[in-house]
Design a protein around this ligand. Structure first.
Ligand SMILES: NC(=O)c1ccc[n+]([C@@H]2O[C@H](COP(=O)([O-])OP(=O)(O)OC[C@H]3O[C@@H](n4cnc5c(N)ncnc54)[C@H](O)[C@@H]3O)[C@@H](O)[C@H]2O)c1
Length: 591
């Protein structure tokens, strides 16, 4: 294809427009920048000069490249200059009437073949296109902030946009070193459409005081590998912006999960818009600062001291049990590894030995540390030997009857005062607790897989858990170098309750043919910095496991938007469970 759009006009040179102008000029194209007035134009040029100077200082750009690209950019305040461009990219503030007025004027000024693109995040591209007499040459081009480092560009087609115009703009994006994905005209497009519903749920979770803001953020960073926690991200995006995007999404979807959480409205009304105003969910050192002020946690001080834990028991012989044994042993705690038979316990210890061996091979563990850890682990076939341990973690099958039976047995065997923990991810902790005569000593310790590598532990207290039991587990987590977050005993705890609705939304988006598996995965990785796209993650976790968790969440909250996507049920029924069966959302067998 011929190199598209040799001359590009950028209207509005604020945060986004200035970034887009530089990216386009870097590709060797001429850029006509248009601002609202002469002062704004001077300021915009200064902004571009300063940002490119920073790029030179950071060695992202050479001084010669900077000079060359600045020579390609002219900035003025006369919209008529846009008539010389092959493509106009609009990046003015997010206001429908402002954008429609601008497009009507551009339509009069520019030759009929000029393509007009809007940078809107949440407004209807179709309504903007309707202000012109050339809707087939109007589309959305959604860059991400900061433009120089974010690779994603969503190319948004309305029902009237010509495929050629969209392809040319995608080609331009590739030419700028970006990765374009195709999206239809719906609020939030792909990346924000999936991101904002999740941010909204996190805000609602905070508002209901289910967990603290620090714990919600830590849970998503450490449990899912996300670059930022949701509440810190809301502060970065701007609480007002987030609320506007959610309003637009709700307007179209009527899905209550998109209705902005009341807390967002309260923060906006109070002028607490996030980092830019110095306070939002967090308080920052100053407006515009990214450093939050650390506030003392009063609750932690009021808590009683924990019980002493000198030895632990782990019930089970599977992946989680073995991983948890490794965590304890490496931290120097004697561990009884209790399985249903001596043979199973021995096999689990052999598994553990292999895992430690791999750490030694990778240079992460010394041979002495390996031997010391292994010497602390005693395999045993049966639970009788657990009588004297101070804390037991149960990691047997995810089946309530099995777990309750085990807790009843532990209640008979283990000494009074010991802490009994379950590592369940989807069953109520209280149902384990009531299988004993000492529910105050029972708590959830939700480790993540692989336990030795994943830093997070969700510490789940039931309505009956004693405060010193919670304190014991928090102290133990610190001792074994895990990051504990505290939450109540409800479905999904923090991580799964925020993660699985998002995965479900992605499946629905796919089922609606809004975007492809590859485009959705790309959008989340490149637009939001996620380590994996939703379909990659679903295939790794297992579609059956995901469906079970989604059903538990729906059963708990009865929120219509949480009902498992029919496509997920169909794939599970068809035996497409993800990597483990060779096929899920992708075909892994053929790779
Ligand atoms: N900031 C983000 O993270 C982000 C990310 C993706 C998309 N967007 C979208 O990009 C667009 C621009 O957002 P922004 O964050 O760059 O806003 P901004 O406020 O930083 O910049 C807007 C610029 O437009 C100028 N302007 C206003 N009226 C104008 C007119 N009539 N003619 C020419 N210039 C005019 C203003 O002077 C200002 O410099 C919005 O639609 C926004 O939703 C923003």
């Amino acid at each position: 294809m011929e190199r598209p759009f040799p001359t590009v006009a950028v209207v509005g040179l604020g945060t986004m427009g200035a970034g887009v102008a530089v990216a386009v000029a870097r590709s060797g194209r001429r850029v006509i920048g248009v601002e609202a007035g002469p002062t704004q134009a001077v300021r915009a040029l200064a902004r571009i000069e300063a940002s490119t100077a920073r790029a030179v200082a950071r060695e992202r750009l050479t001084a010669e490249e900077r000079t060359a690209l600045l020579a390609l950019i002219e900035v003025g305040d006369d919209l008529a200059a846009a008539a010389q461009a092959d493509l106009v990219i609009e990046e003015v503030p997010e206001d429908l009437e402002l954008k429609r007025g601008l497009f009507a004027e551009l339509d009069r000024i520019c030759p009929p073949e000029t393509v007009l693109a809007t940078g809107t995040t949440a407004l209807s591209v179709t309504r903007i296109a309707a202000a012109t007499a050339r809707p087939e040459r109007v589309l959305g081009v959604h860059f991400f902030n900061p433009v120089h480092s974010m690779k994603l560009v969503e190319v948004v087609r309305t029902v009237l946009t010509s495929p050629q115009a969209a392809e040319q703009v995608a080609e331009l994006a590739r030419d700028l070193g970006k990765e374009p994905v195709a999206a239809g005209d719906r609020a939030g497009f792909i990346a924000n459409g999936l991101l904002f519903a999740y941010l909204n749920q996190a805000a609602a979770m905070f508002e209901s005081r289910y967990a603290t803001r620090e714990d919600i953020d830590a849970a998503m960073r450490l449990g899912c590998g996300l670059p930022m926690g949701p509440l810190a991200l809301l502060d970065l995006i701007g609480v007002d912006t987030a609320r506007t995007v959610l309003e637009a999404m709700y307007e179209q979807s009527k899905d209550r999960l998109h209705a902005p959480a009341p807390i967002l409205g309260q923060l906006v009304a109070a002028g607490l818009l996030g980092r830019k105003s110095g306070r939002g969910f967090y308080t920052y050192e100053a407006p515009g600062s990214s450093t939050p002020v650390v506030e003392e946690a009063a609750a932690a001080e009021a808590r009683p001291a924990g019980r002493e834990v000198r030895s632990v028991g782990v019930c089970g012989s599977g992946t989680m049990a073995t991983g948890i044994v490794e965590v304890f042993a490496k931290a120097g705690l004697p561990v009884l590894l209790a399985a249903r038979s001596q043979e199973k316990a021995e096999r689990a210890k052999a598994q553990l030995a292999k895992s430690l061996e791999r750490s030694v091979a990778k240079g992460r563990l010394t041979e002495q540390a390996r031997d010391a850890a292994l010497a602390l682990v005693t395999p045993t076939g049966g639970y009788q030997d657990l009588a004297d341990v101070d804390l037991v973690v149960e990691a047997v099958a995810e089946d309530l009857a099995v777990k309750r039976e085990l807790f009843t047995a532990l209640d008979r065997i283990v000494k009074p005062g010991a802490v009994l923990a379950t590592t369940t991810s989807s069953l109520p902790v209280i149902s384990c607790a009531t299988a004993t005569s000492r529910p105050q000593d029972v708590i959830g310790m939700h480790f993540f897989n692989p336990a030795p590598a994943m830093k997070l532990v969700e510490v789940v207290s039931t309505v009956l858990t004693a405060e010193d039991v919670t304190a014991t587990v928090l102290e133990l987590c610190a001792k074994v170098r895990k990051h504990p977050v505290e939450c109540g005993d409800r479905a999904g705890f923090i991580v799964n309750a925020l993660l699985f609705p998002y995965l479900n939304d992605a499946v629905r988006m796919l089922a609606e043919h809004y975007a492809t598996v590859d485009d959705i995965d790309t959008a989340m990785k490149l637009g939001c910095g996620y380590p994996m796209g939703p379909f990659e993650l679903l295939d790794v976790v297992g579609l059956d496991v995901s469906l079970t968790i989604e059903k538990v969440l729906h059963q708990e909250f009865r929120e219509p938007g949480l009902a498992a996507a029919p496509l997920l049920e169909h794939l599970v029924a068809a035996g497409c469970l993800g990597r483990k069966t060779g096929r899920g959302f992708r075909d892994h067998a053929r790779r």
